[in-house]
Design a binder for this molecule. Structure first.
Ligand code: MBD
Ligand code: FE
Length: 301
């Protein structure tokens, strides 16, 4: 195996390419680019990557750019971001509450904000398109670190329909905007309750870059059925999470690595339709930033 990455010639090339010898530019970006390029060079050397292979990979990324939001969870990096945030929390002595898990690429900002204060309403419905599958109901409590009810929370919910498709991203064009998407404004008691239609698991678009990559890795591109949540509330840290169904045999076989212990409630089917009781526990915000959302670009409609 050749061994040139650490040579003075290549090190000088990497320094210059990352602008290390220039005053201008963004110092953080320069440091990260320097590392990225050196690691890329080391991989080329370690695997003796040919010109053909290098340009094939670049062409794949170029053509698949529209699916980067799907490739990131598919290769486990979105989950790694969670593990990294968990590790930083642990280091800072921050713990407790409902586990976070990946947002995924299919949130749409601006969904209808509906009254979910259970002293005023008893019917919050997420599904506005006809769907001939079981009704799913979900309810529970939103509490803080000391078990206190969280006041005035907004619970964002989004999930697929019975075909595994999300509104705004449905290749059949069948769904109306914001089907299975709501922001539910809770009352002072922190209780929530909604009804919806049972989602099916998601599969990557057939023939797309993510599916091609998964096939080349000997993997599949499917997610088990799941329901996504953001929880925001004054004074508390915004939570990004999801649930899977604890009785779903495929719950642990997620191409996007979103499944986590603590996020696998088992539906109660004794009343006919599945009902899930799930309590959210939030951490207290330590800064304004904690109360906000990541600046990830999101579809808005
Ligand atoms: C999804 O529905 C999803 O939640 C993720 C993370 C990736 C692809 C589809
Ligand atoms: Fe999803």
């Amino acid at each position: 195996m050749t061994n040139i990455v650490k040579s003075p010639q290549v090190q000088a090339l990497l320094d210059r390419a990352a602008g290390i010898d220039q005053d201008g530019g963004n110092p953080r970006l320069k440091a990260i680019m320097r590392d990225l390029l050196e690691n890329l060079a080391a991989i080329i050397e370690r695997h003796d990557i040919s010109e053909d292979e290098f340009w094939l990979a670049l062409g794949f990324l170029q053509e698949g750019a529209g699916e980067f939001g799907l490739i990131a969870p598919g290769v486990g990096i979105e989950h790694f971001l969670d593990l990294h945030m968990d590790a930083k929390d642990a280091e800072a002595g921050v713990s407790g509450g409902t586990p976070r898990t990946i947002e995924g690429p299919l949130y749409v900002a601006g969904s209808p904000l509906v009254d979910g204060d259970l002293t005023r309403t008893n019917d919050v419905n997420l599904t506005t398109d006809p769907d001939d599958t079981e009704t799913l109901t979900m309810s529970g409590r939103m509490t803080g670190p000391d078990g206190e009810p969280v006041k005035d929370a907004i619970l964002h919910v989004w999930h697929a329909n019975s075909q595994g498709f999300y509104s705004h991203f449905d290749p059949t064009g069948a769904q109306s905007p914001f089907n299975n998407r709501r922001r539910i404004k809770l009352g002072p008691d922190g209780r929530y309750s909604f009804r919806s239609k049972m989602p099916r698991g998601y599969s990557c678009p057939p023939g797309g870059a993510t599916e091609k990559l998964m096939q080349a890795l000997g993997r599949h591109g499917d997610r088990p059925a799941h329901v996504h949540f953001f929880v925001e509330a004054p004074g508390y840290r915004t939570l990004t999470t999801q649930i899977n169904f604890g009785d779903d045999p495929r719950a642990h076989d997620d191409f996007a690595f979103g499944t986590r212990e603590g996020l696998l409630p088992v539906p109660d089917r004794s009343g006919g339709n599945p009902h899930i009781e799930f309590d959210f526990q939030l951490q207290r915000a330590r800064s304004d930033e904690d109360e906000g959302f990541s600046e990830r670009p999101r579809t808005a409609a």
